[in-house]
Design a protein. Structure first.
Ligand code: FAQ
Length: 312
């Protein structure tokens, strides 16, 4: 029986069908999705912190309103993604516990500090740019609840990317020499971590082969990274900044840019918990959870009273 179910599942995947929450699925498929979607959700929530750091210091009311809206969107993305992950049979409490105890990962990129206002524009340009490049193919993920969440998220992410790039353009076109230097410095610091976001090289990515087979991943880590680099080179020219990689150059034969070696030891260190801000980020999430305990308790007590009244 199990074998027939497995065969039917494989055939549906091969035919490019979408799998819904109530459909039969292999346990490993369910676990892989739960891992990826919950880590994606955690990334959105932890990703609110580096930018949240600048809400009180945004240079104008307009920039402050935009940044507030962006950070709120990220909270919303986290919630859609937790809801999508819950359809796979895990509770939000279990997922949050995995985050708070360091068992679940979140994107490496959010363990870097936001030192100046230019970091906010740079996150929009490079980090949201990388996020979109990675997420557009997930709109066709074989697991339908994740694919549906991704469609809306990608639309909002595109707005985030444009606001970041727009903010940097303003600084580069109308800014003082100090402001232009601030943009260049932010780009120098965020470039390498941004291209690490796509994950380890394909030949060192333990989950890729199976996830590609299942249509969870549609495009490989290295392929997405290459597309991102190619797009960013042109955008950097328009901005008037340089990318901090002396080996970055067009390769006519490959019709793509060659780029320098990525420091993968830095990447593994950061995802292992030892990046510049890991402790601060996780500490902030755990504190928020603990500080919110009274709200959860009050809500439960309130719901309990209503239940008793209804029964009476
Ligand atoms: N950071 O075998 P693979 C955003 C882990 S965008 C941390 O290649 P996989 C928007 C990986 O989990 C950021 N860990 O793994 C925003 C695995 O460990 P595990 C979030 C990473 O899953 C913008 C191990 O390394 N986006 O939030 C990273 O096939 C601005 C081996 O790797 C997503 O999560 C990394 N960068 O491919 C918000 C997109 N890379 O789990 C605020 C959905 C790899 O076995 C502000 N996720 N690892 O313990 C994916 O597409 C995939 O999960 C990949 C990794 C591509 C990230």
């Amino acid at each position: 029986d199990e074998m027939r179910l497995q065969e039917r599942f494989d055939a549906r995947i091969d035919a490019g069908d979408f799998i819904e929450a109530k459909d039969w699925m292999p346990e490993h498929y369910r676990k892989t999705l739960l891992r990826q979607i919950s880590q994606h959700a955690h990334s959105e929530i932890v990703g609110m912190l580096p930018e949240g750091n600048w809400i009180t210091r945004a240079p104008t009311l307009k920039r402050k309103a935009i940044l507030l809206a962006k950070v709120q969107d990220e909270g919303g993305h986290g919630l859609y993604l937790y809801a999508a992950a819950e359809t796979l049979g895990s509770s939000r409490d279990q997922m949050l516990d995995a985050l708070h105890t360091g068992k679940a990962k979140y994107s490496s990129i959010f363990n870097y500090p936001t030192l100046t206002w230019a970091d906010i524009g740079t996150i929009g340009w490079l980090v949201d740019g990388a996020a979109i490049m990675n997420q557009v193919p997930i709109c066709r993920c074989s697991y339908a609840p994740y694919a549906r969440a991704m469609i809306r998220i990608c639309r909002e992410e595109s707005f985030h990317q444009r606001q970041g790039y727009g903010s940097l353009l303003t600084m580069m076109q109308h800014g003082t020499p100090e402001q232009k230097a601030m943009v260049q410095d932010a780009v120098d610091r965020w470039w390498w971590p941004s291209i690490m976001m796509f994950g380890p090289p394909d030949d060192q990515s333990p989950n890729s082969a199976q996830s590609m087979r299942w249509g969870i991943k549609r495009v490989s880590n290295d392929e997405l990274r290459q597309k991102f680099v190619d797009a960013a080179v042109e955008q950097a020219k328009v901005l008037g900044v340089t990318l901090p990689d002396p080996e970055l150059k067009w390769n006519d034969e490959r019709q793509a840019h060659d780029f320098g070696a990525i420091d993968w030891s830095e990447f593994w260190r950061v995802i292992g918990g030892d990046g510049p801000c890991n402790r601060e980020r996780l500490g902030a999430r755990v504190k928020a959870w603990e500080d919110g305990a009274w709200v959860r308790e009050a809500a439960l007590a309130h719901a309990g009273k209503h239940q008793t009244m209804k029964e009476a």
